[in-house]
Design a protein around this ligand. Structure first.
Ligand code: KG4
Ligand code: ZN
Length: 351
C-alpha cells in the first residue's frame, strides 16, 4: 500500500476482544502508542473462578464502543483523515468474544471507509517484544505462554511462522489459574499464585515435570502437573477444595513447588528449541511471561546459550491492543482482510 503522505498523521486503530479484556489502541507508523485502553472483566468472572465465555462476550459488547471512543478522544483522532486501517484480532480466542471485536471493527471500516486488518492474537503476543525497538525482532524463536496457549514458533519474518511444538493439553497459564483455585486464591490466579510462591519453599513438594525429559519433541503437558498438585492436597477422592484447611506455610510451599515445576518445563523446552533451531534470539510474550521467576530463568538460559533475549514488558504480557501494532507489518504489504472475513476461534495449537 502506498501510504498517502498528505495525511496529517497516519494512525492505526487496534481492537482486542479475544478473551476477557476489552482493549483498543491508537498507534502511529513508527509504532508510537498515542492511546491505549484495557478494560478488565475481573469483576464479571471472579465469582466463577474462571472466564465464562457467554458473559465475556456480553461484557465486550457493553464496553467495546466506549473503549474505542476513549482512545480516539485521548489521541484527538480525526478518523476520516488520520486512520489508515482498523485492525482486530480474529484468531484464536473465544468465538463470541472474537465476534464482538470483529463486528465493531467491520462497522468502523464501513463508516470511515477504511481497510480492515486481521491479526493473529498469538503472533501479536510475540510481537509485543518489537515495541520500543528499532531493529526487527525477526528471525527469532517465539514462545507464547498465556492462559490459552503455550506455543513455540520459528518466526522467520512477520508473516512466516512455523509451529515447532506446544502444550498437548492445558496452557501453562490455565494450570497456574487452576492451582490458584485449589489454594483459594482470587481470580485471575496466576499473579496471585506467583506472589504467594515468593514466601514458599519450592522443594517442599515433589511434583512431576511431564515431558520435560522427552528430547524427541517440543510438545509440553501441564494437566498432569495440575492433577498431581490436586492429589497432594486432597488425595484422590472427590473432596471439595473449599474444605482444604492448609496452613499459610503449606499453601506457600505448594505455590512455590508448582511454580518451579511449571517453569522448569517451560525452560527445558525453550532450551531444547534453541538447541534444535539454532536461532540466536528468543522472544517471549503472553500473560505468564510477566512472572518474575520465569523472567529470571529465561535470562539464565539465554546467557548460557549466548543468545539475545527479548521479553515483552510486563504491562504488554497480558492481553492488550498495543501488540496489535503487528498490523502495520500487514499494512505495508497491503494485506487487508475482506469485510466477509469470519473469526477463527479454534486454533488451540499451532497455526
Ligand atoms: O495473555 P493473557 O492475558 O491471556 C491469554 O491470551 O490467555 O494471559 C493470561 C494468563 C492467565 O492464565 C494468568 O493467570 C497468567 O496469564 N498470568 C500469570 C502471571 N500474570 C498473568 N501467570 C503466572 N505468573 C504471573 N505473574
Ligand atoms: Zn492473550
Amino acid at each position: 500500500m502506498t501510504l498517502d503522505s498528505s495525511m496529517p498523521r497516519q494512525l492505526l486503530l487496534t481492537i482486542e476482544t479475544t478473551c476477557d479484556e476489552t482493549a483498543a489502541a491508537i498507534i502511529d507508523r513508527e509504532k508510537t502508542v498515542l492511546a491505549s485502553c484495557v478494560a478488565s472483566q475481573q469483576q464479571v468472572h471472579e465469582r466463577f473462578h474462571g472466564v465464562v465465555p457467554e458473559l465475556a462476550a456480553r461484557a465486550h459488547l457493553e464496553r467495546i464502543l466506549p473503549i474505542v471512543e476513549n482512545v480516539l478522544v485521548e489521541a484527538k483522532v480525526q478518523p476520516e483523515s488520520e486512520i489508515v486501517a482498523v485492525a482486530v484480532a480474529t484468531e484464536p480466542g473465544l468465538p463470541g468474544c472474537l465476534l464482538v471485536g470483529l463486528a465493531a471493527a467491520k462497522a468502523l471500516c464501513v463508516a470511515w471507509n477504511k481497510p480492515l486488518v486481521a491479526i493473529n492474537h498469538v503472533h501479536a503476543h510475540i510481537y509485543a517484544c518489537q515495541l520500543g525497538r528499532s531493529e526487527t525482532i525477526f528471525p527469532c524463536l517465539g514462545f507464547v505462554v498465556s492462559g490459552g496457549h503455550t506455543n513455540l514458533y520459528r518466526c522467520e519474518s512477520s508473516d512466516q511462522w512455523h509451529y515447532l511444538g506446544g502444550t498437548i493439553d492445558d496452557a501453562v497459564g490455565e494450570a497456574f489459574d487452576k492451582v490458584a483455585v485449589m489454594l483459594g486464591l482470587p481470580y485471575p490466579g496466576g499473579p496471585e499464585l506467583s506472589r504467594l510462591a515468593e514466601h514458599g519453599d519450592d522443594k517442599a513438594m515433589d511434583l512431576p515435570r511431564p515431558m520435560l525429559n522427552d528430547r524427541s519433541t517440543l510438545n509440553m503437558s501441564f494437566s498432569g502437573l495440575k492433577t498431581a498438585v490436586r492429589y497432594q492436597l486432597v488425595g484422590t477422592g472427590k473432596q471439595d477444595f473449599s474444605t482444604i484447611i492448609a496452613s499459610a506455610e503449606k499453601k506457600a510451599n505448594v505455590a512455590a513447588s508448582f511454580q518451579r515445576a511449571a517453569i522448569d518445563c517451560l525452560i527445558g523446552k525453550a532450551d531444547l528449541a534453541l538447541q534444535l533451531s539454532g536461532l540466536r534470539r528468543l522472544c517471549v510474550g503472553g500473560g505468564v511471561a510477566a512472572n518474575r521467576l520465569f523472567r529470571e530463568k529465561l535470562r539464565d538460559l539465554t546467557n548460557g546459550h549466548k543468545v539475545e533475549l527479548l521479553i515483552a514488558p510486563p504491562e504488554l504480557c497480558t492481553d492488550n491492543a498495543v501488540m496489535g501494532a503487528i498490523a502495520w507489518e500487514k499494512i505495508v504489504r497491503a494485506e487487508f482482510a475482506p469485510l466477509s472475513i469470519d473469526v477463527q476461534p479454534g486454533l488451540l495449537r499451532g497455526v
